[in-house]
Design a protein around this ligand. Structure first.
Ligand SMILES: NC(=O)c1ccc[n+]([C@@H]2O[C@H](COP(=O)([O-])OP(=O)(O)OC[C@H]3O[C@@H](n4cnc5c(N)ncnc54)[C@H](O)[C@@H]3O)[C@@H](O)[C@H]2O)c1
Length: 280
C-alpha cells in the first residue's frame, strides 16, 4: 500500500541521515581522507616524512623525485604502512616533468587537493660575492621558480575541487641568511614572499597558501652540519630544544597546515626550529 511505501521511504531517509552524521562525526578535522596530495622530492628526508604524515591522515599521496629507483623504494615503504600512494619521477626544474607529475595525480587519483613544494638544491658554499650566475640560475630555478610554476599548474585542478592547500618548504635561513649559504638563503626568503603574494589571490578560490621554515633537521641535505660535532655544538647552544629536528617533526606541521584545523590560516610561515635564537 502507499502507506507502507511512505513508511519504508521515511525509514531509509532516517538511516541515510544517520550514516551521513556518523561519517561526519567520525572524521576528525585533521583527517585528510579523500584528499589527493602531491609532494615534490618526497623519497627521502622531510618530503618522505610529509608523505607519511599526510598518508597516515588518509590522503592519497603522490610521491616523486628524480630517480625511479628512489620512487619505487618510497612507494614500497609507504605501502607497507598502509598508505595509498602513487609514484612518478619528477625533476621540478623541467616543465615536461612538472606537467607529468600533475597529470599523474589527475589520471591516477582523480584530482588534486594539496601541493607540498619541498624540492631544493644548494650547489654553493662560500662567500656570496664568489657565487656565479650559474649558481643563481640553478638555485632560483629549482627552489623558487619551480615552486611557483607547479602552483600555477595545480590551481585549476584545486578549483575543480572547490579549494585546496599549497605549502612551501622554506628555511629559517630565509629570515637570517646562514653563513656560507647566501644564495640558498635568499631563495628561501623568496618563498616567504611567494607565500604572501599568492595567498590573497588564491583565497578567492578557497585555496590556502602557507609555508614552513624548518631549523636544522637531520636529513642528508644538512649532513655536513650535524655530522660536524663542533658546528653542531655551536648551533645547539642557540636552541631551546638541544637537538636537531626529525623530518617527521616538519611533516606534522605541514599536515596540520593542510588540514581543516588550520582553516583560518593563510599567507603564513610557521617556523619549527627547536626554539632557535634562545639564550639561556
Ligand atoms: N634539513 C634541514 O636542516 C633543512 C632546513 C631547512 C629547510 N630545509 C628544506 O627542506 C626541504 C627538504 O630537504 P631535506 O632536508 O629533507 O633534504 P633532502 O636532501 O632529503 O631533500 C631535498 C631533495 O630535493 C631533491 N631535489 C633537488 N633538486 C631537485 C629537482 N630538480 N627535482 C626534484 N627533486 C630535487 C633532492 O634530490 C633531495 O632529495 C628542502 O627544501 C630544504 O631546503 C631543510
Amino acid at each position: 500500500s502507499s502507506l507502507q511505501v511512505m513508511w519504508r521511504t521515511a525509514l531509509r531517509c532516517v538511516k541515510a541521515n544517520c550514516v551521513f552524521a556518523h561519517r561526519r562525526m567520525s572524521q576528525s578535522p585533521s583527517s585528510l581522507s579523500g584528499k589527493v596530495a602531491i609532494i615534490t622530492a618526497s623519497t627521502d628526508g622531510i618530503g618522505l616524512a610529509t608523505a607519511e604524515a599526510l598518508g597516515r591522515r588518509g590522503a592519497h599521496v603522490v610521491v616523486s623525485s628524480r630517480h625511479q629507483a628512489n620512487v619505487d623504494r618510497a612507494v614500497n615503504l609507504l605501502q607497507s604502512h598502509n598508505i595509498i600512494v602513487t609514484g612518478t619521477t619528477c625533476n621540478v626544474g623541467k616543465a615536461e616533468d612538472r606537467e607529468k607529475l600533475v597529470q599523474t595525480a589527475v589520471d591516477h587519483c582523480g584530482g588534486i587537493d594539496i601541493l607540498v613544494s619541498n624540492a631544493a638544491v644548494n650547489p654553493f658554499f662560500g662567500n656570496i660575492m664568489d657565487s656565479t650566475e650559474e649558481v643563481w640560475d640553478k638555485i632560483l630555478a629549482v627552489n623558487v621558480k619551480a615552486a611557483f610554476l607547479l602552483t600555477k599548474l595545480v590551481v585549476p585542478h584545486m578549483e575543480k575541487r572547490r579549494g585546496g592547500n599549497v605549502v612551501f618548504v622554506s628555511s629559517v635561513g630565509g629570515y637570517q641568511p646562514f653563513p656560507a649559504l647566501g644564495p640558498y638563503s635568499v631563495s628561501k626568503t623568496a618563498l616567504l614572499g611567494l607565500t604572501r603574494a599568492l595567498a590573497p589571490e588564491l583565497a578567492q578560490s578557497n585555496i590556502r597558501v602557507n609555508c614552513v621554515a624548518p631549523g636544522i633537521i637531520k636529513t642528508r641535505f644538512s649532513a655536513a652540519l650535524w655530522e660536524n660535532e663542533d658546528l653542531m655544538e655551536d648551533f645547539q647552544r642557540q636552541l631551546c630544544i638541544k637537538r636537531a629536528g626529525r623530518p617527521e617533526e616538519i611533516g606534522g606541521v605541514i599536515a596540520f597546515l593542510c588540514s581543516d584545523d588550520a582553516s583560518y590560516i593563510t599567507g603564513e610561515t610557521i617556523t619549527a626550529t627547536g626554539g632557535m635564537g634562545c639564550r639561556l
